[in-house]
Design a protein around this ligand. Structure first.
Ligand code: 4AD
Ligand code: MG
Length: 480
């Protein structure tokens, strides 16, 4: 007897072999055809039972959602959509699912909204959509490691609890062991963090970059891939309070090298899933097509999901300086009203997402890498250009997503870095270890951060970031 996953059985030609399958009932028709899914593929396996020789009691328990074990003969299928089916010899109900209770959940066989599915995040993985999304997510993570390992990068695990604010944006979740109702206080009434677990204020990391930099200046090329946390109160379809970030950091690499790396990396991982997740992507492609049909004509995307993915792997990303982008936007007519909702202010302000989307979706019609941003809207560690006004920053903007990557060449000159920190009121003592890297064998180096969920959004064609991570963390929501 062979015990295989359904994904393997469906492409097997070992007909007349006895097989064992464990999975969950997705449908049961005519007291005869059970559609079983075991999570290995979007496709169900049809198991045909001989109801005359099956106990009434067992038949009654073959309900949607139940876990079953089937032993039977693998046959070439005539009627069903699949090439194989299993003629059941014995069936065992491993875990019942009461139909009356199932009816009250998203397991009931009707179309549930994504909002409804989010309320039952622990069960939504049993649906086709979430099965497909999460398998693609898993394969994408594998592709991330595969790319960097093939290219001689070392995987480094940076701390989750940190004493510094890597982005200097102050959007951190505090970590404390104090009983917050009664923390030790200083004489002036402020909380005495010296008495806290770590002897200082600590928080959940917003980025592993600063620690990764120290490792790049020893191991040469490194990458992180871990959870990061931001307490920004952005209740949008692109923001999570807990998200996974991929952060490569490379010594002896400037901004051009950094852009090359980011583009090559994204193309590799997208190509990888195109090759390894065909069935799931075809399913998501159809789903995407239906979603598009329900939108007004002007908002529909011109390409199917699969075409979009192929397009990204086959075409160069457009590289444009921030200054050029501002000129383009100032001379653009985004819609009939000929206006952006947020007008383009003078040079020096950050772009709004409608500007980013215009550049990517309407103007260039391809992924765009914007570089050389004004220093005053970017983080302290970015390398100052000769003009004294801009920094060697880059953001990669993607259709339907907006910013997917943020990165830069780092300020490797100790004196310039110290000056920038001073201007931003960043305590040198807090970052003494970071400054050490600029004292001992400093060198040109660069890196970037890619928000993993935004990549999964792009690849799966889903539209809300809450639907591409198993248990989303957003403002007012940490139910599971
Ligand atoms: O642009 P960000 O803030 O850059 C950094 O954190 C740098 N330290 C990275 C580096 O150079 N090593 O964030 C990087 C990316 C963004 O482009 C976006 O894709 C994602 O992380 N991101 C988020 N994704 C989901 N939810 C949020 N709240 C996110 N904030 C950033
Ligand atoms: Mg950014």
């Amino acid at each position: 007897m062979i015990k295989l996953k359904i994904a393997e059985l469906l492409s097997s030609d070992q007909f007349l072999q006895e097989v064992e399958v464990n999975g969950w009932v997705r449908a049961f028709r005519s007291n005869r055809f059970i559609a079983v899914n075991d999570g290995s593929t979007i496709n169900n396996l049809q198991c045909v039972i001989d109801f005359e020789n099956t106990k009434e009691e067992t038949l009654k328990r073959i309900n949607i959602g139940a876990a079953i074990k089937v032993v039977g003969t693998l046959k070439e299928s005539v009627g069903s959509q699949q090439s194989v089916e299993v003629e059941v010899k014995s069936i065992e109900i491993l875990g019942d699912a009461n139909p009356e209770e199932v009816k009250l959940t998203i397991l009931s066989p009707k179309r549930h909204s994504l909002e409804k599915l989010r309320e039952q995040a622990h069960l939504r993985i049993r649906t086709n959509t979430f099965g497909a999304v999460m398998r693609v997510r898993s394969k994408l993570s594998f592709a991330v490691h595969s790319y960097f390992q093939k290219n001689n990068f070392h995987y480094v695990n940076t701390p989750i609890i940190t004493g510094s604010d890597a982005e200097g944006a102050g959007e951190m979740f505090k970590v404390t062991s104090f009983d917050l109702k009664n923390p030790p206080k200083n004489e002036d009434g402020s909380i005495d963090y010296k008495k806290d677990f770590f002897g200082k204020e600590t928080n959940l990391t917003v980025s592993g970059q600063l620690e990764a930099e120290t490792y790049a200046l020893g191991l040469g090329q490194v990458y992180t891939f871990g959870p990061t946390f931001r307490a920004e109160n952005s209740n949008t379809s692109r923001h999570l309070a807990e998200f996974w970030m991929i952060e490569p950091e490379v010594a002896f690499c400037d901004l051009d090298g950094n852009m090359d790396l980011a583009e090559d990396f994204i193309k590799y991982v997208v190509k990888y899933v195109l090759e390894h997740c065909k069935d799931d992507l075809e399913f998501l492609d159809k789903r995407h097509e239906e979603e598009e049909k329900s939108k007004p004509q002007v908002e529909r995307s011109e390409m199917s999901l699969l075409k979009k993915l192929e397009f990204v792997t086959e075409n160069n990303f457009k590289r444009v300086s921030y200054t050029e982008a501002i000129d383009i936007l100032k001379n653009s007519k985004p819609n009939k009203k000929k206006k952006f909702q947020y007008p383009i202010e003078d040079w020096g302000t950050d772009l709004q997402s409608e500007h980013e989307r215009f550049l990517v979706e309407k103007h260039f019609k391809c992924p765009v890498i914007l570089f050389d941003y004004p220093a005053n809207i970017k983080a302290f560690y970015m390398r100052l250009n000769e003009d004294g006004k801009t920094v060697r920053a880059m953001d990669i903007l993607f259709p339907g997503i907006g910013e997917i990557v943020g990165g830069s060449q780092r300020e490797e000159r100790l004196d310039v870095l110290k000056e920038k920190m001073k201007a931003l009121d960043i305590d040198e003592e807090e970052l003494w270890w970071y400054l050490d890297t600029r004292k001992f064998g400093t060198c040109v180096h660069s890196g970037f951060g890619l928000g993993f969920e935004r990549l999964v959004l792009f690849v799966t064609g889903m539209t809300n970031i809450r639907d591409v991570i198993p248990f989303p963390r957003t403002p007012q929501n940490a139910e599971f």
